[in-house]
Design a protein around this ligand. Structure first.
Ligand SMILES: [Zn+2]
Length: 202
């Protein structure tokens, strides 16, 4: 069998369907990988975890102190240029698109709450696809995208929905966001401080 070009006789490595893709996934599993970070496990809805995270963060820390440094990072990182998808997605969510309250659809507080919610889900035994780095995918996604339709874009705010949807469906962008924003912009450090405070109170 030739190894170059498309191999139409291979089976999807996830579901076993015959596939036309050389990287081993059929189109349905590939779509799931893009949207969920895994062809097998859907990403968690996090509704309960987000409520817990928001309450704990408001109770135990003065997150507004760290907000300025994060905003500064984000303003220099985000870019309207379409040549860099992650910077473009950050620009859409942290700068351009506003919610009904005229605040950007993503702010430091949203990134903090959503990424903390992902770690709460994991701590409580939530399953992730390790082979596909789905935990990192979810942490990355949680700091660049509103989770589960929270903070919708305000009405009468015109933008290219398809472009935004496509950017939100790119598993590689979310893994980049994990490295460059969750780790790089210090959200991970901030969350470990929160966890230390919680542990010291127990
Ligand atoms: Zn498949």
């Amino acid at each position: 069998m030739r190894k170059t070009g498309k191999d139409y006789h291979a089976r999807c490595t996830c579901c076993g369907e015959f596939t036309a893709y050389i990287d081993g996934l059929c189109s349905r599993c590939k779509k799931r990988l893009y949207i969920n970070g895994s062809p097998e496990f859907p990403k968690p809805t996090l509704s309960a975890e987000i409520a817990i995270a928001r309450q704990r963060i408001n109770e135990i820390c003065d997150w507004r102190k760290a907000e300025g440094a994060f905003d500064e990072f984000m303003l220099s990182f985000a870019s309207p240029s379409k040549s860099d998808s992650l910077r473009r997605l950050c620009w859409l969510h942290y700068v351009k698109l506003k919610s009904a309250d005229r605040e950007p659809v993503m702010r430091f507080f949203d990134a903090l709450v959503q990424s903390y919610a992902v770690t709460i889900y994991e701590d409580n035994g939530g399953k992730f696809d390790n082979k596909r780095k789905q935990y990192q995918f979810c942490l990355g996604r949680s700091v660049v995208c509103p989770w589960n339709r929270r903070r919708q874009v305000g009405q009468r705010f015109y933008y290219n929905r398809r472009e935004r949807a496509n950017l939100q469906r790119r598993s590689k962008i979310m893994l980049q966001a994990f490295n460059k924003i969750f780790i790089g912009a210090g959200i991970s450090r901030y969350l470990s401080n929160i966890n230390n405070i919680i542990r010291s109170k127990k």
